[in-house]
Design a protein around this ligand. Structure first.
Ligand SMILES: Cc1cc2nc3c(=O)[nH]c(=O)nc-3n(C[C@H](O)[C@H](O)[C@H](O)COP(=O)(O)OP(=O)(O)OC[C@H]3O[C@@H](n4cnc5c(N)ncnc54)[C@H](O)[C@@H]3O)c2cc1C
Length: 288
């Protein structure tokens, strides 16, 4: 359980960290909470020759409302999200999600940025951020660029971050009035990764019909899945039982899980269907 040898750097600023990434190229990895990277190194699934520890860079950990967004610094811990008053009062989907990630010890170290940058479809925040229509700010040698979350997840463990870029901020559009969200996850035991999970964020119009909706699926394919057909189907419709059933069916058809120790693919698709129904119902209840 001892990882292979590596060089260790602890920059004090983002430009210093970016310069180190450029200097060491594909041999280097950013170290945030270390809750995914270090286990992978111990299991020899990752062998970076150089770790760039960004934990001592000031100003990368915050949660604030600004310019129509909830802005979350790249180094913000899961436990900070869990304790945040604004998250508790306005972002129930985020609060649901963070509460089912691993256990309190892991959440004290793991970062929201690392959860996304790892590019693991089994992680919980990717689906949540897809449902919320978030944006990711990447900082590199040429400055900042903003990546829509839909473009961020490229394939298994691969994101749109360039080799010399650091995820420095996550931006979530402030939800309009009559919005609500919910996250439903089935896990084999408390603290486990999802067998399947569904994130729903929706806004209802004056008539009660769905004005805006985002649906993200966890562990339902080689990369986090945005259930676009289910979203399209729901838009403009009132949430009658038959409508919710049909949307849940579409979401389960969009899921492409694989059979593994957590169960056969068909079972996981069934879970996606049921969890989508529950998440839509809870999100709608909260929106009212
Ligand atoms: C026992 C256990 C149970 C867990 N259960 C769950 C669970 O149920 N749900 C869940 O979602 N997660 C779970 N996790 C994973 C945990 O949430 C991870 O810590 C998280 O996914 C990664 O965040 P981190 O800050 O630890 O990243 P690290 O482990 O430090 O890094 C992970 C990867 O992302 C890169 N990276 C990190 N930060 C940045 C950045 N700012 N910019 C660019 N690249 C970056 C690193 O180079 C590395 O490749 C679990 C972990 C453990 C140990």
């Amino acid at each position: 359980m001892i990882p292979p040898a590596f060089d260790y750097f602890r920059p004090n600023t983002v430009p210093e960290a970016v310069a180190l990434l450029q200097q060491h190229g594909s041999n280097a990895k950013i170290l945030s909470g270390g809750q995914s990277l270090i286990p992978m190194m111990k299991l020899r699934l990752a062998r970076p020759g150089c770790l760039i520890d960004i934990n001592r860079i000031p100003g990368l950990s915050y949660i604030r409302e600004d310019g129509g967004f909830l802005k979350i610094g790249g180094l913000t811990r899961e436990s900070d999200l869990e304790a945040s008053a604004v998250v508790k009062s306005k972002y129930p989907l985020l609060l649901d999600t963070v509460g089912v990630i691993a256990d309190p010890q892991v959440r004290n170290l793991a970062t929201v940025g690392g959860n996304l940058a790892h590019g693991d479809p089994a992680n919980d925040h990717p689906a949540t951020m897809l449902a919320l229509g978030a944006q990711v700010v990447a900082t590199g040698a040429k400055g900042e660029r903003v990546i829509a979350i839909e473009e961020f997840f490229v394939s298994l463990f691969t994101t749109a971050l360039k080799q010399d870029e650091i995820l420095t901020e996550i931006r979530i559009p402030a939800p309009p009035a009559k919005s609500g969200g919910a996250y439903f996850k089935i896990e084999r035991k408390v603290g486990d990764f999802a067998t399947a999970a569904v994130a729903v964020q929706l806004t209802l119009g004056a008539s009660g019909a769905v004005q805006k909706v985002g649906i993200g699926l966890t562990n339902a394919g080689p990369k986090p899945v945005k259930a676009k057909k289910a979203e399209e189907f729901l838009k403009g419709k009132k949430l009658e039982v038959s409508v919710v059933d049909q949307a849940a069916q579409l979401a389960s058809e969009e899921a492409q899980p694989s059979s593994d120790l957590r169960g056969p693919a068909e079972y996981k698709k069934g879970l996606v269907k049921e969890l989508t129904k529950r998440a839509i119902a809870k999100a709608a209840e909260r929106a009212k």
